[in-house]
Ligand binder design. Structure first.
Ligand SMILES: [Cu+2]
Length: 302
């Protein structure tokens, strides 16, 4: 929040700064007055001066100051509405991860999860939904916060101003693993973004190594595809995140792990320890060989 990188975050940063400096000046004024009347000049005051202080400093001054701050800050509180320019991304909050759907100009959708990619310098509209319980969407470096409410759509839009990776976090308590519900926002140059989106729209890359091929077999044997989709394969589950391009993401498990092979193995074997009450069982019965093979398969889904 203190390092804004989007147009909307910049407005909020300015507002926070004005409020903070305003509060600091007020505090110094009141403190100074207190020191003056108790230490520097502790004489009895004339009735006129005392009444003047109370009416002026206690009524007029706060009314003018708070009124001014209100007039300054009200225009910043725009009603949340659907963005009228740019691409749209539909984001649904699950317990405890994010479904992410890019809506292309021709109406088709590209499904991803647990990561948001945006082109720099363009406004992108976000259509926010929630499954089951309330969550809140927050990427402090890019803009404000918005509630995500079951049965309703809320809106937010971002205009990122520099490329980079910005962390997002669920900001409304949503159950046991609320604090483990994060994601990364990757802001890219427009041509890089277009290339990424085109790649994301394609079906999964078939396994390239023997290890990965074995991983695909373990994936099928263990029934992972009943909850996960890997486009272009038999896996079409909708319960968990789409894994079609898992290998090109920057984090695992909604922002809680990296994407090294050891992270994949760790996640699959200890899901329930890493994320209490998670809707994916721990596969702690798998052999280290099976876990390595799964990691090779998932890491290769670029
Ligand atoms: Cu949440």
């Amino acid at each position: 929040m203190l390092n804004p990188s989007g147009r909307d975050a910049l407005l909020l940063y300015d507002l926070a700064l004005v409020m903070f400096v305003g509060a600091l000046v007020l505090w110094l004024l009141v403190g100074g007055l207190f020191v003056y009347v108790t230490r520097i000049n502790p004489r009895e005051m004339s009735r006129g001066l005392a009444e003047g202080l109370i009416v002026g400093g206690g009524v007029l001054f706060p009314v003018v100051l708070l009124g001014g701050l209100l007039v300054y800050s009200l225009p910043l509180m725009q009603a949340p509405r659907e963005a009228d320019e740019g691409m749209r991304v539909h984001i649904t909050a699950e317990q405890w991860w994010w479904r992410v759907d890019y809506e292309l100009p021709d109406g088709s959708r590209v499904t991803s999860a647990n990561e948001l990619r945006l082109p720099v310098g363009q406004r992108t509209g976000l259509v926010l939904k929630a499954h089951r319980v309330i969550h809140a969407f927050w990427v402090p470096a890019l803009g404000g916060k918005a509630d995500m409410i079951p049965g309703r759509e809320t809106y937010l839009s971002f205009l990122p101003e520099s490329a980079g990776v910005y962390r997002g976090q669920c900001a409304e308590f949503c159950g046991a693993s609320h604090a483990l519900m994060a994601f990364e926002t990757v802001v890219m140059e427009p041509e890089d973004f277009e290339a990424w989106l085109a790649a994301e729209a394609r079906d999964a890359t078939p396994p390239q190594t023997q290890e990965a091929t074995r991983g695909a077999q373990v994936f099928a044997r263990e029934g992972c595809g009943s909850c996960h989709t890997v486009r272009g394969t038999q896996a079409v589950g909708q319960v968990g995140p789409d894994l079609t391009h898992m290998g090109s993401r920057v984090s695992l498990g909604a922002g809680i792990l990296g994407v090294e092979p050891s992270d994949f193995a760790d996640w699959i074997a200890h899901t329930e320890t890493l994320k209490p009450e998670v809707a994916m069982p721990s596969y702690d019965h798998l052999s280290p060989d099976d876990l390595t093979a799964l990691a090779a398969y998932l890491g290769g889904l670029e």
